[in-house]
Design a protein around this ligand. Sequence first.
Ligand code: NDP
Length: 315
Amino acid sequence: RKSTVVITGASSGVGLYAAKALAQRGWYVVLACRDLAKAQQAAQAVDIPYNSYTSIHIDLGSLESVRQFVKNFRASGNSIDALVCNAAIYMPLIKEPLRSPEGYELTVTTNHLGHFLLCNLLLEDLKKSSSQPRLVILGTVTHNPDELGGKIPPRPDLGDFQGFAEGFKDPISMIDGKKFEPVKAYKDSKVCNVLTMKELHRRYHESTDIVFSSLYPGCVAETPLFRNHYPLFQKLFPLFQKYITGGYVSQELAGERVAAVVADPEYNQSGVYWSWGNRQKKDGKSFAQKVSPQARDDEKGDRMWELSAKLVGLA
Ligand code: NDP
């Protein structure tokens, strides 16, 4: 039997190329996407063999849809050996927060709360895997102000989770309960992604043997993640990353890196955040990197867990 991986947001960018790289390694891929026609077209466009994938609908910006996905996935009869939490939105130019059907701010719902619920629900299914299962969550350098790429303001700050504690609905739009800042909302959500990986490891690694990890694949400056930015930014950002910072990574290479963390024997350590560094060196090797002070704070992790569980209806 082929191993099966579920990848969220596999209709473009890193997720799409990770799907391709895993299919090439002999895995069966479930494309968990909000637009199935787009996902299928994308898979065909990058030549993923038609018999090595299927697609199932999920909208991570809706908790109801996440629950429905899990039902549909179980009904499909597929097993699961790995889960990749990859989907994300980045809305740097919006002035007012968008909302999920539940009324929560949409960037944090899509990137963090939806995945938090999905991870919790699929733990049971992952435990049944006949190989050693893995759960991988995409991180990013901008989660970490200790790193060069993370120093540009606004910096992520979860505060004391006042916004979560007060219900995260209008007029609240930020985790720390302060004024809406869309770029900070993205960075906060990515800190929560890393914290979630760390907490999953602390709570479940020993009892389930699931390997929980995260990675920064490099700056994948040409993905559609930046589609909601100024057109001039979209043009100059890849050049800047290629020739000035040296952080640029192609979508193919980023997909390969995700696939390696999902499938290769050398990435079977749990609780680890993998990185290839900020400046890409030819044949550069990956290493286990220290995460940001907020993302390695166990007390913050605990509070994030309790409040997120409440917001998604698990507690
Ligand atoms: P893309 O915008 O190319 O891909 C994002 C994917 O998420 C798309 O498939 C998109 O679907 C999907 N998605 C968005 N919202 C939802 C939703 N509500 N429900 C389901 N799927 C959704 O971005 P990237 O490939 O660049 O980013 C992928 C991951 O990599 C993210 O977690 C990002 O934080 C991380 N990352 C990216 C870096 C970069 O430089 N690009 C650097 C470091 C980390 P659709 O096609 O329908 O829009």
